[in-house]
Design a protein. Sequence first.
Length: 129
Amino acid sequence: MSRASERGAVAVEFAILAPVLVMLLLGIMEFSRAYNAQASLSAAARESVRVMAISNNASTAKAAAMSTAVSLQPALKDTNITFKNLDTGTTSCAPGNRITVTISYNLSTMTGIAGPFPMKGKGAMLCGG
């Protein structure tokens, strides 16, 4: 077998494997971005519910969530964040009651192949302490 035919075989093998390698790389990047977004949502929910349990001020708690999840693009909005008192069903946080915060977010993908992916971050805490 001559060198010229071996070069052709290498080119064919590369043409077959290159798309697989590119898709693998893009998949790793998308998964890393989704993992980071979920970690940001969880941290924002914890911080938001902590502020709400201490201050009983929804706007301050929403601001805390937005300042915690600064890595999310597009950024969080007030409409992404909801509060619920598990004892009364309201959004206020009376001492001794349990409050939860849910942050809903749609993560669009970099490649546009799949998505957007709906994601949630949740936090719960006892009010007043």
